[in-house]
Write a protein that binds this ligand. Sequence first.
Ligand SMILES: NC(=O)c1ccc[n+]([C@@H]2O[C@H](COP(=O)([O-])OP(=O)(O)OC[C@H]3O[C@@H](n4cnc5c(N)ncnc54)[C@H](O)[C@@H]3O)[C@@H](O)[C@H]2O)c1
Ligand SMILES: [Zn+2]
Length: 356
Amino acid sequence: MKTIQVNLDKRSYPIHIESGLIKQIPTILSERNHGQKWVIISQQGIIDRYGKALVEQLSEAGFYSITIDVPTGEKAKSFEEYQIVLSRMVEAGCDRSSVILALGGGVTGDLAGFAAATFMRGIDYFQIPTTLLAMVDSSIGGKTGINITEGKNLVGSIYQPKGVLIDPDMLNSLPRQEVVSGLGEIIKYGAIRDKAFLIRISLWLDDIDTFPFEKAITRSCEIKAAIVASDEREGNLRRILNFGHTIGHALEAYLGYGKIRHGDAVSYGMTCAGWISNQLGYLSNSKYTILKNAIQKLPLPLLPKLDHDKMLSFVKKDKKTVSGKLHFVILNELGSAATTHNVTHDLMLKSLKEIQ
Ligand SMILES: NC(=O)c1ccc[n+]([C@@H]2O[C@H](COP(=O)([O-])OP(=O)(O)OC[C@H]3O[C@@H](n4cnc5c(N)ncnc54)[C@H](O)[C@@H]3O)[C@@H](O)[C@H]2O)c1
Ligand SMILES: [Zn+2]
């Protein structure tokens, strides 16, 4: 089993990665079981596929667990669903010693993590990510939260899990388009932190069917863990994780949440951000081409005709605009990123030609 530590002093935690790991969960958690309630938060399809077996194994190992199912899609990250989860925990007799197991993709992880952060002022939780995006990104770093009508992820907390348990075999049941979305975030890690990794990813993408997921997940988790460990609350360093996200988020908001997958929007956003890095003189033509070629190997969904001005109006509403200033992430090399305030509206507008 591969173990990567997220070093955050007293709040440090391990990320365990291994094929078939789901069967070892009762063993991994056994020393934390003191007869308290374990709350599995998941979606019906995942409960049927993985959750029921997990409940059985936990029960055989002497764990008392309950399962709470939440809807699929962004609607699960709402005040209503959050309230339902908390009420069901109270009804089931949960208390401060209860532990949440978030079994699912980023939607489940964000909601379950926020429930853990706030139930009785905070209880322990573990992330058991089941999508590629959640395995390499959302399950690590402690960002939890829900959406409100005014925008996505506007209510939340940074609250670290006690561990992240990754079983890459679960990707076997994940629909291809969800895998592609996660691959976008994997390309991002290479682009911002590890050129050799980016080049390997690009080669691996020549045949997605033989893509070495466990390897790629491990390297991605190492990169994210190191960044989070040095900058938990998004000062400067953690911001580089937003490479491709300024335009990516604008695309998501413009098209409407749920209309484009997060990782796909980020892939389009990275093409634009790479082009901007090139135009500003940070990234050579040949290096921009390497990045662009890697992204182009992803079978991304085609974009509808975009109203560029309208789309960019969403950039202003984005959380990455701090005190009116846009922190735009550029590459100054393949494998090296930085933020700049020098990206104008006009440059972003021109960059959209690269994706349409
Ligand atoms: N907290 C963070 O740091 C962070 C980072 C990035 C994204 N996010 C959030 O993550 C969310 C997106 O997460 P996502 O891309 O994982 O989507 P998701 O959680 O909606 O999952 C996608 C779909 O795949 C299904 N699914 C999940 N695992 C499966 C499996 N193994 N087999 C078959 N089907 C499976 C789900 O039921 C769902 O229908 C967004 O809400 C985004 O805001 C959070
Ligand atoms: Zn992202």
